[in-house]
Design a protein around this ligand. Structure first.
Ligand SMILES: [Zn+2]
Length: 341
């Protein structure tokens, strides 16, 4: 079985984007608010939309199941206030839930949070509980920078984030640490802001003792872990200078990397440097990079090819494709076992 732990609903029907546009237009205009009930997308529309795009690509590439969350760049937590984010997250999560109901063998949800800069993170708990308990979601996406590229929130090791961690531990769900769009002109969203954030999140964990406080907390750092695997010696050396334990002990019981690295040498490096137990298969499609690599003739985000071609044993490949995801997302494992898988 091949589990893709990182997929977003980037191809949602246009009505969703239109609703968001109206929501943003109504900000600051009394009486001009939009309601969730103003959005109309039928099951047939969803079915056709998924079957023709996301699922078609999964079948083409032999992927069985995607952990599916709302479009990351559209989360835009910096827009409006908590109420704005809450309404938007609720609508986006519900749509992913409906997809998971229509295609229960192929999709399971991960929640976008109603984060807003400077707002108490306890405000996210109700949406987490709803998504996990009512929608059967198996993880969340946690945005370490809801300001959208200005980094106004405290580091991930700060108690500011603890209400979310406490709930994650209680529900036994991991968080993918995933920023949204950049509204800072210095940082291109998917090319710089995403990769910066992955690297930054790792370093925030390294310099802290977060996982002493939360020994069972789990983060998936996407996009291959940003710059981290490539600079593993730097991070080992810095940890050593700070008198931290070896990274294996200090971080690798809690931090995992996905395989959204869009070329073979990158995957070769990732799987050579990072223990295989810490690598989860993902492609982040249909998403960040949509084109075809002229050097290979294949889509950049067809990441299964790189894993197949990497120098790995069959057992290690199986860990990356399936068993690591089932370990890191225990609720997913429970669901699959209930289906006899
Ligand atoms: Zn993503």
């Amino acid at each position: 079985m091949i589990i893709d732990c990182h997929g977003h609903y980037t191809t949602a029907p246009k009505a969703l984007e239109d609703w968001r546009t109206r929501q943003i237009a109504a900000l600051g205009k009394p009486g001009a608010s939009v309601r969730a009930s103003d959005l109309h997308i039928s099951d047939d529309e969803l079915r056709e939309n998924i079957a023709g795009q996301q699922l078609a690509k999964m079948r083409e590439r032999g992927l069985d199941l995607t952990i599916f969350s709302p479009r990351a760049s559209f989360m835009a937590h910096h827009i409006g206030d908590f109420e704005t984010s809450a309404a938007w997250a609720s609508i986006c999560n519900e749509l992913c839930f409906r997809v998971s109901q229509l295609f229960p063998d192929n999709f399971v949800g991960a929640a976008m949070l109603p984060q807003s800069p400077g707002v108490d993170t306890a405000s996210c708990i109700a949406e987490i509980e709803r998504c996990v308990n009512e929608y059967g979601f198996v993880g969340i996406n946690l945005n370490p920078d809801p300001s959208g590229g200005h980094w106004t929130s405290p580091p991930l090791s700060d108690p500011y984030w603890f209400p979310i961690y406490e709930k994650m531990v209680e529900l036994d769900i991991p968080a993918m640490v995933h920023v949204s769009t950049s509204c800072n002109a210095c940082f291109h969203a998917t090319g710089a802001h995403y990769i910066n954030a992955d690297t930054t999140a790792f370093m925030q964990c390294l310099t802290s003792d977060l996982f002493k406080t939360f020994p069972t907390l789990k983060f998936v750092i996407p996009h291959g872990g940003g710059a981290v695997p490539y600079h593993w010696g730097r991070y080992r050396g810095l940890a050593q200078e700070m008198n931290k334990p070896l990274l294996q002990e200090h971080l690798l019981h809690n931090i995992f990397f996905d395989t959204c690295v869009y070329h073979q040498p990158g995957i070769d490096l990732l799987t050579k440097v990072i223990p295989v137990e810490n690598v989860l298969f993902a492609s982040e499609m249909i998403g960040a990079v949509r084109g075809i690599d002229p050097e290979t003739g294949h889509y950049y985000d067809d990441t299964r090819r790189y894993i197949e071609a990497a120098k790995l044993s069959d057992g290690d490949r199986h860990r990356i494709f399936e068993t690591n995801a089932r370990r890191v997302y225990p609720r997913l494992d429970t669901r699959l076992k209930a289906k006899g898988l």
